[in-house]
Ligand binder design. Structure first.
Ligand SMILES: [Zn+2]
Length: 178
């Protein structure tokens, strides 16, 4: 689960690129086709592909649309912390005008402490249990929640600021997230 921040840039260029389809990832050439070009590998990708695949229709090669508009993607927990630090409404969807986004960045940078928005790394241990060799594991890890330090949060604020400025330089007037 994640949040993506985007902006209404007026000159976004969409381009289509051919990439090997995931259904053909058993092909030995998959990595090379992904990094370089599918061109020399079409036959091999087609041989590995799933003939009923909806993405590539069995060819092992799919067309992927990319646009070059600035965006910022953050995991849920970090996005909620960032929105809090920016003083914006924490909701599953939101929209603000660009000048408001700049003011939010200035406010967040000026805060002396952001500790209310940070989280400690949280490891939850389960009850002791025996593994398959009969050895007793006293503190098996059940879940691991990654923390966010104040430096980590300030880094997210700067990444948001760069995204806002990149959007502004491309003529954006609104920042949206969800
Ligand atoms: Zn496929």
């Amino acid at each position: 689960m994640s949040y993506t921040f985007t902006a209404d840039v007026s000159d976004a260029q969409t381009s289509t690129k051919e990439e090997p389809c995931l259904c053909a990832q058993g092909a030995e050439c998959f990595g090379d086709a992904f990094q370089n070009s599918v061109e020399p590998h079409r036959a091999e990708l087609a041989a590995e592909a799933w003939d009923k695949c909806l993405h590539c229709k069995g060819t092992g090669v799919e067309s992927v649309e990319n646009d070059d508009a600035p965006s910022l993607n953050l995991g849920n927990d970090n996005a909620v912390s960032l929105l809090g630090a920016l003083g914006l409404t924490v909701d599953c969807w939101g929209e603000i005008a660009l000048p408001e986004a700049r003011r939010a960045v200035m406010r967040a940078r000026a805060r002396k402490s952001l500790s209310v928005y940070t989280r400690a790394t949280e490891i939850v241990y389960g009850a002791p249990r025996a593994d398959e060799n009969g050895a007793i594991e006293l503190r098996p890890i059940r879940s691991h929640g990654f923390g966010l330090t104040e430096d980590g949060l300030r880094d997210r604020i700067e990444r948001f600021a760069s995204f806002v400025e990149a959007s502004a330089s491309r003529g954006a007037t609104t920042i949206t997230w969800g």
